[in-house]
Ligand binder design. Structure first.
Ligand SMILES: [Fe+2]
Length: 241
């Protein structure tokens, strides 16, 4: 059974990447290094494959939204994370940290986007194949931590509906007290506690639903519940550190 954080991060989204290792200063294309100096290697992040076809989530999520969301938005966050990390490496290489705040913020924003989108896709499945409701140990855990499953769903729905602007609703596991908690994330990274591991999330940025649902975020959230792959959520909980 997978138990490490590294395993979890790898499985949900390529935050721990599997690509070729490049040298930071090479990626940054900057100055020549003295051979005696050591430069940390960067591992480029890769966007994990979409686990279904663009139209697989119809009728709840339209094919065009999935295509644009995956190929433009999600891909953009992965590329943005790689770019931010290359700039941070360049800064270390040059010992020039004048832009450290900017690139640190970019890395957090892009990294949050890359991670949450990968989790988002992985926690959905075509409506005919998805587990319709949580079962077994996951269902018992939800009952234990929220009182009952409708109460969990009501809190999660409310959190997602009330995100100010762009953001996410997140179900996360907190190892300190071994509880599942519902979180609200603004953008991709704000309001996020350090010690909780997301196991399910819903994207409520307008790009996630506007083509089909326009301003009706609540309708999108109600439809999204039909796509949750509870079996995958259970696996994520099992793998959470
Ligand atoms: Fe998104």
């Amino acid at each position: 059974m997978e138990r490490t954080r590294r395993d979890f991060m790898t499985r949900v989204g390529g935050i721990v990447a599997a690509g070729a290792v490049v040298q930071a200063h090479a990626a940054a294309g900057s100055k020549t290094k003295d051979e005696s100096e050591k430069t940390a290697a960067l591992t480029p992040h890769k966007q994990p494959p979409l686990p279904y076809t663009y139209d697989a989530l119809e009728p709840y999520m339209d094919a065009r939204t999935v295509e644009l969301h995956y190929t433009k938005h999600h891909a953009g966050y992965v590329n943005g994370l790689n770019a931010a990390e290359a700039e941070l490496a360049k800064a270390r290489d040059a010992n020039d940290f004048r832009m450290i705040q900017h690139w640190s913020r970019k890395a957090a924003f892009m990294g949050g986007g890359a991670f949450l989108h990968a989790l988002y896709w992985s926690c959905m499945a075509p409506p005919a194949s998805a587990e319709r409701e949580p079962r077994g140990a996951l269902a018992a855990k939800l009952v234990n931590d929220f009182g009952n499953i409708p109460a969990f769903k009501a809190q999660f729905t409310s959190v997602a509906e009330t995100v100010e602007g762009s953001g996410w609703g997140v179900l996360a596991y907190r190892p300190e007290d071994r509880r599942l908690i519902v979180l609200q994330a603004e953008n991709h990274q704000k309001l996020s506690p350090w010690d909780a591991t997301p196991v399910l999330c819903i994207d409520v940025w307008e790009h996630a639903y506007y083509l089909k649902y326009q301003n009706r975020r609540a309708d999108f959230i109600a439809a999204w519940w039909n796509l949750v792959d509870w079996e995958q959520v259970a696996k994520n909980l099992d793998a959470a550190p």
